[in-house]
Design a protein around this ligand. Structure first.
Ligand code: PEP
Length: 260
């Protein structure tokens, strides 16, 4: 059984005090939902501490980071390490987001090292992969996903792969308001699971969560989660308003009866 995971990627939005106000309100909205899902917010580094303080240790909302460096400490100006994120209460870390790849030149080799470092320190990496519009239009989506998975997970044992969550995020759907259809998402998730089965094992592929990300909204989340291939969502724009993120969480928590 794969527990649904809903992750809000705040990107470079909200100051520490805005973030504290936001999660206080979000917690009130969510106090009525029976969980059955995992819920994560990933604020900017500068707001992790204020969010942590508001959430406390008993909140159903968990903390995630948007990136990290692979070394533990040292002369790496501007970077943040896995032990630092752990110390701030992070449980998850998003790695290889397409904005990191396209705007900051991040390559699969760095992502691989970051995944390894995250797992070493008990952080759960969420590995983002996805094709561009040109790649989708020229029919190479499956090849792109396969290559990104191979490069990011190369040399890992099955045991290591077990700790990774994959987020399928077609680049053309991120922040565009144009979500993939459920059919497109399901087809991509099947490809990802097949690659995991071949590179790790069918059992590992079966228990790995694959999230969909790209213009998820309160309106389309239900249809995306209707397939048992979609194990949750990585959400950008719609996670920045309390109401829309809370609605997505509520729909997700009602999407699958506990135990299914
Ligand atoms: C994202 O940035 O991971 C994302 C999916 O953004 P949006 O929901 O805004 O498309």
């Amino acid at each position: 059984m794969r527990t649904l995971l809903i992750v809000g990627n705040w990107k470079m939005n909200k100051t520490a005090s805005e973030a504290a106000t936001f999660v206080r309100e979000l917690s009130q909205h969510l106090s009525v939902i029976s969980t059955g899902i995992e819920l994560v917010v990933a604020p900017p580094f500068t707001a992790l501490e204020s969010v942590r303080q508001v959430l406390g240790s008993r909140s159903p909302i968990q903390l995630g980071a948007q990136d990290m460096f692979w070394e533990d400490y040292g002369a790496y100006t501007g970077e943040v390490s896995a032990p630092m994120l752990k110390d701030l209460g992070c449980r998850y870390v998003i790695l290889g987001h397409s904005e990191r790849r396209t705007l900051f030149g991040e390559q699969s080799d760095s992502i691989r090292k970051k995944i390894q470092a995250a797992l070493k320190h008990g952080l759960r990496p969420i590995l983002c992969i996805g094709e561009s519009l040109v790649q989708r239009d020229n029919g190479s989506t499956d090849d792109v996903l396969t290559q990104q998975l191979h490069e990011s997970l190369s040399g890992f044992t099955g045991e290591v792969v077990t700790g990774v969550t994959v987020a399928y995020e077609p680049i053309w759907a991120i922040g565009t308001g144009k979500s993939a259809t459920t059919e497109q998402a399901v087809a991509a998730h099947r490809t990802i699971r097949q690659v995991l089965a071949a590179t790790a094992s069918p059992a590992i592929a079966d228990c790995t969560r694959i999230l969909y990300g790209g213009s998820v909204t309160p309106q389309n989340i239900e249809s995306l989660l209707a397939s048992d291939q979609v194990d949750g969502a990585l959400i950008g724009g719609a996670c920045l308003q309390v109401e829309s993120f809370a609605t997505i969480a509520k729909v997700a928590s009602a999407a699958r009866p506990i135990g299914v």
